[in-house]
Ligand binder design. Structure first.
Ligand code: ADP
Length: 312
């Protein structure tokens, strides 16, 4: 059984359910990916690398991670920090808006704390490591470089495969130029990448799949899975091109975490031995289900019947 480490930040999510009444859950791109991956392929070992504080919410998050059967040995502790938080409000037209409190969150300490605790030795038993542009953006300049150095060593010395989703969030970067520089460095380390057409349009000015593919391939990525909403998935693996159609979702309820659910489903299927084409098709079904429901992480019970990927 192989092991994947997923690196990033999970936040407290407060979502309005009535006037001045909020429901509290936990979510964040890397965590959503970890949850869907583990739910879809329970035999896969999944470990979450992040940092929490010593408060009650942090303890609740640890319980939540364990309830999803995700290993917590790499969830580090920063006693004087706490979790980041975001709030989703919906106006009378149903338009959603987000507000974030994450600029001093515990997760920003994850690289520093890992280096203090033993560094690469703590990661060296993994076969895969997934991170995103958000996982990278929240770190200090020095920690960004330390993270990429760690990943480079893991890849070269331990044969670990690196998986990257650029997930561009302009507010987390000092400038678009900085975001491009670091995203390119991350791509250059990746074996599998999940570029989204929307992200590449804003970050690089790419307006078609060919431009996205050229850019990512030039940085040496072998398995490129290009997401483009309802317009289908295009995959380039070892230079082979495949197009996987996506079924339109008639009633889109909430697109939060569509890309994360897709990533989780895709990796679950790939780790179970499926081809890139059938993995993308499975991933699109998971993403379609998630956008038909409210919230980043939908209740596990409602997904059970079709969720688990068959092992070959
Ligand atoms: P990201 O959120 O990473 O930018 P996308 O918006 O392309 O990614 O969505 C990820 C996946 O979710 C798509 O590849 C597709 O499978 C699914 N998806 C997104 N929007 C729709 C939609 N309107 N109908 C059906 N599937 C969708």
């Amino acid at each position: 059984m192989s092991k994947i480490i997923i690196f990033g930040e999970c936040m407290v999510e407060l979502s309005a359910i009535a006037e001045q009444t909020y429901q509290q859950t936990f979510a964040g791109d890397s965590y959503n990916t970890a949850v869907y991956l583990k739910r879809c392929n329970p035999r896969q070992q999944v470990s979450y690398w992040s940092t929490v504080g010593s408060d009650t919410l942090s303890e609740q998050l640890l319980i939540n991670i364990s309830q999803e059967n995700i290993a917590t040995e790499l969830v580090l502790n920063s006693p004087d920090k706490t979790l980041g938080l975001y709030m989703i409000s919906t106006d009378e037209q149903g338009e959603r808006s987000f507000a974030y409190w994450r600029s001093d969150s515990a997760a920003r300490q994850s690289v520093k704390l890992l280096l203090n605790k033993g560094g690469i030795e703590l990661l060296s038993d993994c076969d895969y490591l997934f991170f995103s542009g958000i996982s990278l953006a929240i770190l200090s300049e020095q920690d960004k470089q330390s993270l990429l150095d760690l990943l480079s060593q893991l890849r070269q010395q331990h044969g670990c495969k690196i998986i990257f989703d650029p997930n561009y969030r302009p507010l987390l970067w000092s400038s678009v130029e900085q975001a491009r520089i670091w995203t390119d460095k991350a791509y250059a380390l990746a074996d599998i990448a999940f570029p989204g057409c929307d992200d590449h349009r804003v970050l690089y000015g790419h307006d078609n799949v060919t431009d996205v593919h050229r850019h990512v391939q030039a940085l040496g990525v072998n398995e490129i899975v290009i997401k483009n909403g309802a317009q289908g998935v295009q995959i380039f693996q070892d230079g082979q091109h495949s197009i996987v159609p996506v079924q339109q979702v008639a009633n889109v309820v909430d697109t939060t975490s569509a890309g994360d659910a897709f990533n989780g489903g895709y990796l679950a299927a790939r780790f179970a031995g499926h081809s890139v084409q059938s993995s993308a098709s499975f991933a699109a079904q998971i993403a379609a289900y998630v956008i038909g429901h409210k919230g980043a992480i939908v209740p596990a019970e409602t997904m059970k019947p079709f969720l688990e990927v068959n092992t070959l």
